[in-house]
Design a protein around this ligand. Structure first.
Ligand code: ATP
Length: 210
């Protein structure tokens, strides 16, 4: 039987710094599989999930290009938990399978799956070797998202309220990167963890000579 790959699941709340951290690991040789990018491709013009979305929600949820009408869908799922569950039932298994296929084909030293809702979704935990959470004080997180997306504070807090709490995320994590300070502090933590992961990866593969 072939060895399962050593894989990290990277998660964190909105604006915690997941993409910034993922870029730093990528620069050091890890392969990043970003489920947000895959999700976008699924609902791009005539993307692989579009036929099922139109079947489930009606043609009004596709725009003229054949992509999902994101604004309309966002409004629906915000107001209707059943619709949210139906959309997730279409998207989540496809995203997960496409991500795992990309990870299995990866050539980097190890794979990091960037999964914003890893803790919330439940099905990812068993598929990764370790969970890495990017943690950030709420006030820092809110300030960064307000600046990046030009959003009012109330809207950022509303999005955060749909995600698990910091405490729940930290309880589920094997490794934590604290991203309250600057890029230099973040880089130092990534350097340390990358060295640990290379070490664990060799051990995991059974090639480690102690
Ligand atoms: P999302 O959940 O929205 O995808 P994310 O978790 O991927 O966000 P990033 O996009 O990496 O978060 O970071 C959010 C914002 O904060 C970005 O504008 C990024 O440049 C900035 N940022 C992240 N970390 C730091 C840091 N240590 N110092 C300064 N700015 C930072």
């Amino acid at each position: 039987m072939s060895q399962p790959p050593f894989a990290i699941g990277l998660t964190g709340g909105i604006g915690s710094g997941k993409s910034t951290v993922a870029d730093m690991f990528a620069a050091r040789g890890a392969t990043i599989v970003d489920t947000d990018v895959i999700a976008h491709a699924m609902t791009a013009p005539h993307g692989p999930a579009m036929a099922d979305i139109v079947r489930a929600f009606g043609p009004g949820f596709a725009d003229a290009s054949g992509a999902m009408d994101r604004a309309r869908m966002r409004a629906l799922v915000f107001a209707d938990a059943g619709a949210k569950a139906r959309l997730e039932a279409i998207l989540h298994p496809r995203i997960r399978d496409a991500a795992l296929a990309a990870g299995a084909a990866a050539s980097g030293s190890y794979v990091i799956y960037a999964v914003p809702l890893l803790i919330e979704s439940g099905t990812w935990r068993a598929r990764v070797t370790r969970v890495l959470a990017v943690d950030c004080a709420e006030e820092v997180q809110i300030a960064r998202v307000m600046a990046r997306n030009n959003l009012p504070e109330a809207q950022v807090r509303a999005i955060m309220a749909t995600q698990v709490s910091r405490a729940q995320r930290l309880a589920a994590a094997d490794d934590v990167i604290v991203n309250n300070a600057g890029i230099a502090e973040l880089t130092a933590q990534v350097e340390r963890l990358h060295a640990d992961y290379l070490h664990m990866c060799r051990k995991f593969a059974g090639n480690f000579a102690d």
